[in-house]
Design a protein around this ligand. Structure first.
Ligand SMILES: NC(=O)c1ccc[n+]([C@@H]2O[C@H](COP(=O)([O-])OP(=O)(O)OC[C@H]3O[C@@H](n4cnc5c(N)ncnc54)[C@H](OP(=O)(O)O)[C@@H]3O)[C@@H](O)[C@H]2O)c1
Length: 284
Protein backbone atom coordinates (compact mmCIF):
# COMPACT_ATOMS: atom_id res chain seq x y z
CA UNK A 1 0.00 0.00 0.00
CA UNK A 2 1.04 3.60 -0.52
CA UNK A 3 0.19 6.34 1.94
CA UNK A 4 -0.42 10.05 1.52
CA UNK A 5 -1.49 13.05 3.57
CA UNK A 6 -5.19 13.84 3.59
CA UNK A 7 -5.19 17.56 2.78
CA UNK A 8 -4.74 19.89 5.70
CA UNK A 9 -5.70 17.27 8.29
CA UNK A 10 -2.19 15.87 8.26
CA UNK A 11 -3.70 12.38 8.58
CA UNK A 12 -1.56 9.68 6.96
CA UNK A 13 -3.96 7.68 4.86
CA UNK A 14 -3.80 4.85 2.35
CA UNK A 15 -4.28 6.02 -1.24
CA UNK A 16 -7.04 3.39 -1.49
CA UNK A 17 -9.93 3.93 0.93
CA UNK A 18 -12.76 1.48 1.46
CA UNK A 19 -16.19 3.01 0.76
CA UNK A 20 -18.92 1.45 2.84
CA UNK A 21 -21.86 2.94 0.94
CA UNK A 22 -22.84 3.08 -2.71
CA UNK A 23 -24.64 0.20 -4.39
CA UNK A 24 -22.35 -2.31 -2.75
CA UNK A 25 -22.42 -1.31 0.94
CA UNK A 26 -19.65 -3.83 1.60
CA UNK A 27 -21.73 -6.43 -0.20
CA UNK A 28 -24.74 -5.96 2.10
CA UNK A 29 -26.46 -4.14 -0.76
CA UNK A 30 -26.24 -7.21 -2.97
CA UNK A 31 -27.37 -9.81 -0.46
CA UNK A 32 -24.13 -10.71 1.30
CA UNK A 33 -24.03 -11.27 5.04
CA UNK A 34 -22.59 -9.24 7.88
CA UNK A 35 -19.88 -11.90 8.29
CA UNK A 36 -18.95 -11.41 4.63
CA UNK A 37 -18.82 -7.63 5.11
CA UNK A 38 -16.55 -7.98 8.15
CA UNK A 39 -14.29 -10.28 6.14
CA UNK A 40 -14.03 -7.65 3.37
CA UNK A 41 -13.05 -4.96 5.89
CA UNK A 42 -10.47 -7.23 7.53
CA UNK A 43 -9.03 -8.19 4.15
CA UNK A 44 -8.76 -4.49 3.28
CA UNK A 45 -6.92 -3.88 6.56
CA UNK A 46 -4.53 -6.75 5.78
CA UNK A 47 -3.81 -5.11 2.42
CA UNK A 48 -2.86 -1.85 4.14
CA UNK A 49 -6.11 0.10 3.73
CA UNK A 50 -6.48 2.41 6.72
CA UNK A 51 -9.23 4.83 5.58
CA UNK A 52 -12.87 3.75 5.81
CA UNK A 53 -15.74 5.94 4.63
CA UNK A 54 -19.21 5.26 5.93
CA UNK A 55 -22.34 7.28 6.81
CA UNK A 56 -25.35 7.11 9.07
CA UNK A 57 -27.43 6.73 5.91
CA UNK A 58 -25.52 3.66 4.69
CA UNK A 59 -26.38 1.45 7.65
CA UNK A 60 -22.82 0.09 7.67
CA UNK A 61 -21.50 1.83 10.77
CA UNK A 62 -22.23 -1.14 13.09
CA UNK A 63 -20.50 -3.65 10.82
CA UNK A 64 -17.51 -1.35 10.40
CA UNK A 65 -17.36 -0.92 14.16
CA UNK A 66 -17.39 -4.69 14.67
CA UNK A 67 -14.70 -5.28 12.06
CA UNK A 68 -12.42 -2.63 13.53
CA UNK A 69 -12.88 -3.73 17.15
CA UNK A 70 -9.48 -4.80 18.41
CA UNK A 71 -7.58 -2.70 15.87
CA UNK A 72 -5.60 0.04 17.67
CA UNK A 73 -7.68 3.17 17.18
CA UNK A 74 -4.78 5.27 15.87
CA UNK A 75 -4.12 2.75 13.11
CA UNK A 76 -7.34 3.55 11.23
CA UNK A 77 -9.01 6.68 9.92
CA UNK A 78 -12.78 6.51 10.29
CA UNK A 79 -14.88 8.89 8.21
CA UNK A 80 -18.63 9.03 8.61
CA UNK A 81 -21.44 11.46 7.83
CA UNK A 82 -24.51 13.15 9.22
CA UNK A 83 -27.67 12.55 7.24
CA UNK A 84 -28.88 15.70 5.62
CA UNK A 85 -31.82 17.15 3.76
CA UNK A 86 -33.22 20.61 4.25
CA UNK A 87 -36.73 19.20 4.29
CA UNK A 88 -36.09 16.56 6.91
CA UNK A 89 -35.60 16.95 10.63
CA UNK A 90 -31.99 15.81 10.45
CA UNK A 91 -31.11 19.19 9.03
CA UNK A 92 -31.74 20.70 12.47
CA UNK A 93 -28.46 21.15 14.32
CA UNK A 94 -29.65 19.15 17.34
CA UNK A 95 -30.51 16.26 15.01
CA UNK A 96 -27.07 16.40 13.42
CA UNK A 97 -25.53 16.27 16.90
CA UNK A 98 -27.80 13.35 17.84
CA UNK A 99 -26.71 11.57 14.68
CA UNK A 100 -23.06 12.16 15.58
CA UNK A 101 -23.65 10.61 19.01
CA UNK A 102 -25.44 7.66 17.38
CA UNK A 103 -22.56 7.17 14.93
CA UNK A 104 -20.03 7.10 17.78
CA UNK A 105 -22.10 4.42 19.47
CA UNK A 106 -22.66 2.32 16.37
CA UNK A 107 -19.00 2.51 15.39
CA UNK A 108 -17.97 1.71 18.96
CA UNK A 109 -15.41 4.48 19.05
CA UNK A 110 -14.65 7.48 21.24
CA UNK A 111 -14.00 9.77 18.30
CA UNK A 112 -14.48 10.00 14.55
CA UNK A 113 -11.55 11.16 12.46
CA UNK A 114 -13.51 12.98 9.76
CA UNK A 115 -17.14 13.91 10.35
CA UNK A 116 -18.89 15.05 7.19
CA UNK A 117 -22.16 16.64 6.21
CA UNK A 118 -23.63 14.28 3.65
CA UNK A 119 -24.75 15.21 0.15
CA UNK A 120 -25.14 18.97 0.56
CA UNK A 121 -26.98 20.62 -2.34
CA UNK A 122 -26.02 24.18 -3.36
CA UNK A 123 -29.35 25.62 -2.15
CA UNK A 124 -28.81 24.35 1.40
CA UNK A 125 -25.13 25.17 1.65
CA UNK A 126 -25.68 28.38 3.64
CA UNK A 127 -27.62 26.42 6.24
CA UNK A 128 -24.84 23.83 6.42
CA UNK A 129 -22.18 26.50 6.83
CA UNK A 130 -23.94 28.90 9.17
CA UNK A 131 -26.09 26.59 11.29
CA UNK A 132 -24.86 23.00 11.20
CA UNK A 133 -21.11 23.53 11.09
CA UNK A 134 -20.98 25.79 14.19
CA UNK A 135 -23.14 23.31 16.14
CA UNK A 136 -20.89 20.43 15.14
CA UNK A 137 -17.71 22.35 15.90
CA UNK A 138 -18.95 22.77 19.48
CA UNK A 139 -19.10 18.95 19.63
CA UNK A 140 -15.60 18.75 18.22
CA UNK A 141 -14.40 20.74 21.21
CA UNK A 142 -15.73 17.89 23.35
CA UNK A 143 -13.48 15.50 21.41
CA UNK A 144 -16.20 13.70 19.44
CA UNK A 145 -14.47 14.16 16.10
CA UNK A 146 -11.23 15.60 14.78
CA UNK A 147 -11.88 17.08 11.37
CA UNK A 148 -14.98 18.50 9.68
CA UNK A 149 -15.84 17.59 6.11
CA UNK A 150 -18.57 18.03 3.53
CA UNK A 151 -19.68 15.91 0.59
CA UNK A 152 -21.58 16.94 -2.51
CA UNK A 153 -24.69 15.43 -4.02
CA UNK A 154 -23.08 14.56 -7.31
CA UNK A 155 -26.14 13.56 -9.39
CA UNK A 156 -27.88 16.81 -8.41
CA UNK A 157 -24.81 19.04 -8.59
CA UNK A 158 -22.60 17.83 -11.45
CA UNK A 159 -21.01 21.29 -11.84
CA UNK A 160 -19.77 21.15 -8.21
CA UNK A 161 -21.49 24.43 -7.31
CA UNK A 162 -21.52 23.55 -3.62
CA UNK A 163 -17.92 22.32 -3.37
CA UNK A 164 -16.68 25.35 -5.30
CA UNK A 165 -18.00 27.49 -2.45
CA UNK A 166 -16.96 25.09 0.31
CA UNK A 167 -13.37 24.80 -0.90
CA UNK A 168 -13.01 28.58 -0.81
CA UNK A 169 -14.64 29.07 2.60
CA UNK A 170 -11.91 27.40 4.59
CA UNK A 171 -14.47 26.05 7.06
CA UNK A 172 -14.07 22.45 5.92
CA UNK A 173 -11.00 20.31 6.44
CA UNK A 174 -11.99 17.67 3.87
CA UNK A 175 -14.28 17.72 0.84
CA UNK A 176 -15.49 14.68 -1.06
CA UNK A 177 -15.99 15.18 -4.76
CA UNK A 178 -17.11 13.02 -7.70
CA UNK A 179 -14.34 12.57 -10.26
CA UNK A 180 -13.90 9.81 -12.84
CA UNK A 181 -13.01 9.20 -16.47
CA UNK A 182 -16.31 10.53 -17.76
CA UNK A 183 -16.79 13.26 -15.18
CA UNK A 184 -13.55 15.18 -15.06
CA UNK A 185 -14.70 18.73 -14.42
CA UNK A 186 -13.42 18.73 -10.80
CA UNK A 187 -9.96 19.18 -12.33
CA UNK A 188 -10.97 22.67 -13.40
CA UNK A 189 -13.52 23.62 -10.75
CA UNK A 190 -12.33 21.97 -7.55
CA UNK A 191 -8.79 20.62 -7.42
CA UNK A 192 -7.07 23.99 -7.93
CA UNK A 193 -8.88 25.10 -4.76
CA UNK A 194 -8.06 22.06 -2.65
CA UNK A 195 -4.36 21.65 -3.30
CA UNK A 196 -1.90 22.99 -0.75
CA UNK A 197 0.52 23.61 -3.58
CA UNK A 198 -1.58 24.01 -6.75
CA UNK A 199 1.41 25.09 -8.85
CA UNK A 200 3.80 22.46 -7.51
CA UNK A 201 3.44 20.37 -10.68
CA UNK A 202 5.48 22.99 -12.55
CA UNK A 203 8.66 22.22 -10.60
CA UNK A 204 10.33 19.03 -11.84
CA UNK A 205 13.32 17.70 -13.76
CA UNK A 206 13.13 19.24 -17.23
CA UNK A 207 10.56 21.79 -16.05
CA UNK A 208 10.82 24.95 -13.96
CA UNK A 209 13.20 25.25 -11.01
CA UNK A 210 10.64 27.21 -8.97
CA UNK A 211 7.16 28.66 -9.37
CA UNK A 212 8.73 32.11 -9.87
CA UNK A 213 10.93 30.69 -12.63
CA UNK A 214 7.82 29.18 -14.23
CA UNK A 215 5.91 32.46 -13.99
CA UNK A 216 8.52 34.42 -15.97
CA UNK A 217 9.00 31.69 -18.56
CA UNK A 218 5.27 31.33 -19.01
CA UNK A 219 4.91 35.00 -19.92
CA UNK A 220 8.14 35.30 -21.94
CA UNK A 221 7.14 32.70 -24.50
CA UNK A 222 3.52 33.71 -25.03
CA UNK A 223 3.06 34.67 -28.71
CA UNK A 224 2.38 38.41 -28.78
CA UNK A 225 4.60 39.28 -25.81
CA UNK A 226 7.84 41.17 -26.64
CA UNK A 227 9.15 42.39 -23.26
CA UNK A 228 8.57 40.91 -19.79
CA UNK A 229 8.59 43.59 -17.08
CA UNK A 230 9.70 42.52 -13.64
CA UNK A 231 10.02 44.60 -10.52
CA UNK A 232 12.61 44.05 -7.81
CA UNK A 233 14.81 45.81 -5.28
CA UNK A 234 16.84 42.68 -4.63
CA UNK A 235 20.06 41.83 -6.48
CA UNK A 236 19.56 38.07 -6.31
CA UNK A 237 16.05 38.45 -7.69
CA UNK A 238 17.35 40.72 -10.46
CA UNK A 239 19.75 38.02 -11.64
CA UNK A 240 17.39 35.05 -11.25
CA UNK A 241 14.53 36.86 -13.00
CA UNK A 242 16.70 37.67 -16.02
CA UNK A 243 17.99 34.09 -16.06
CA UNK A 244 14.40 32.77 -16.04
CA UNK A 245 13.33 35.12 -18.82
CA UNK A 246 16.21 33.85 -20.97
CA UNK A 247 15.31 30.19 -20.47
CA UNK A 248 13.31 28.12 -22.97
CA UNK A 249 9.52 27.73 -22.73
CA UNK A 250 7.99 25.51 -20.07
CA UNK A 251 7.31 21.94 -21.23
CA UNK A 252 4.23 21.83 -23.42
CA UNK A 253 2.37 19.54 -20.98
CA UNK A 254 2.86 22.08 -18.19
CA UNK A 255 1.65 24.94 -20.40
CA UNK A 256 -1.42 22.90 -21.36
CA UNK A 257 -2.15 22.14 -17.71
CA UNK A 258 -1.85 25.82 -16.78
CA UNK A 259 -4.25 26.68 -19.58
CA UNK A 260 -6.76 24.09 -18.47
CA UNK A 261 -6.53 24.92 -14.75
CA UNK A 262 -6.39 28.68 -14.87
CA UNK A 263 -7.20 29.73 -18.45
CA UNK A 264 -10.74 30.68 -17.44
CA UNK A 265 -9.67 33.09 -14.66
CA UNK A 266 -9.88 36.84 -15.24
CA UNK A 267 -8.54 39.58 -12.99
CA UNK A 268 -6.77 37.40 -10.41
CA UNK A 269 -3.47 38.76 -9.01
CA UNK A 270 -3.85 42.28 -10.38
CA UNK A 271 -3.73 44.10 -7.04
CA UNK A 272 -2.85 47.78 -7.37
CA UNK A 273 0.12 49.27 -5.46
CA UNK A 274 -0.91 51.31 -2.43
CA UNK A 275 0.72 54.18 -0.55
CA UNK A 276 2.57 53.35 2.66
CA UNK A 277 2.37 55.69 5.66
CA UNK A 278 5.68 57.17 4.57
CA UNK A 279 3.98 58.23 1.36
CA UNK A 280 5.87 55.79 -0.83
CA UNK A 281 4.16 53.48 -3.27
CA UNK A 282 4.30 49.89 -2.05
CA UNK A 283 2.85 46.65 -3.29
CA UNK A 284 1.25 43.95 -1.23
N1 LIG B 1 -22.04 12.06 -1.41
C1 LIG B 1 -21.35 11.11 -0.83
O1 LIG B 1 -21.04 11.22 0.35
C2 LIG B 1 -20.93 9.89 -1.60
C3 LIG B 1 -21.47 9.64 -2.85
C4 LIG B 1 -21.02 8.51 -3.54
C5 LIG B 1 -20.07 7.67 -2.98
N2 LIG B 1 -19.56 7.94 -1.75
C6 LIG B 1 -18.53 7.08 -1.11
O2 LIG B 1 -17.72 6.53 -2.16
C7 LIG B 1 -17.71 5.11 -2.02
C8 LIG B 1 -17.50 4.49 -3.39
O3 LIG B 1 -18.62 4.81 -4.21
P1 LIG B 1 -18.99 3.90 -5.45
O4 LIG B 1 -20.07 4.57 -6.21
O5 LIG B 1 -17.74 3.48 -6.16
O6 LIG B 1 -19.55 2.61 -4.68
P2 LIG B 1 -20.53 1.50 -5.21
O7 LIG B 1 -21.84 2.08 -5.60
O8 LIG B 1 -20.55 0.41 -4.21
O9 LIG B 1 -19.84 1.10 -6.59
C9 LIG B 1 -18.97 0.12 -6.76
C10 LIG B 1 -19.72 -0.93 -7.62
O10 LIG B 1 -18.80 -1.47 -8.52
C11 LIG B 1 -18.68 -2.88 -8.27
N3 LIG B 1 -17.25 -3.20 -8.32
C12 LIG B 1 -16.28 -2.85 -7.46
N4 LIG B 1 -15.11 -3.31 -7.84
C13 LIG B 1 -15.31 -3.96 -9.03
C14 LIG B 1 -14.48 -4.64 -9.93
N5 LIG B 1 -13.17 -4.72 -9.70
N6 LIG B 1 -15.01 -5.18 -11.03
C15 LIG B 1 -16.32 -5.06 -11.27
N7 LIG B 1 -17.18 -4.43 -10.44
C16 LIG B 1 -16.68 -3.89 -9.33
C17 LIG B 1 -19.24 -3.12 -6.88
O11 LIG B 1 -19.85 -4.41 -6.81
P3 LIG B 1 -19.15 -5.63 -6.04
O12 LIG B 1 -19.67 -5.55 -4.65
O13 LIG B 1 -19.59 -6.81 -6.81
O14 LIG B 1 -17.67 -5.43 -6.11
C18 LIG B 1 -20.29 -2.01 -6.76
O15 LIG B 1 -21.51 -2.44 -7.28
C19 LIG B 1 -19.02 4.79 -1.35
O16 LIG B 1 -18.98 3.52 -0.73
C20 LIG B 1 -19.10 5.91 -0.35
O17 LIG B 1 -18.26 5.61 0.75
C21 LIG B 1 -19.98 9.04 -1.05
Amino acid sequence: MEYTTLGRTGLKVSVAGLGCGGFSRLGLGTGKSETDAIAIIRAALDLGVNLFDTAAAYGTEPVLGKALAGVPRDKVVICTKAPFGISNPDSLPERAVASLDRSLKELGTDYIDVYQLHGIAPRVYDHALKVLAPALLREREKGKFRWLGITETSPGDPEHQMIKRAARDGAWDVVMVAFHMMHQNARRHVFPLTQDDPLGFLVHEGGATSVVDAAYRFVRHEPGVDVVLFGTGDHAHLRSNIASILKPPLPEADRARLASLFGHLVGVGLDAPHLSRAGRVTTS
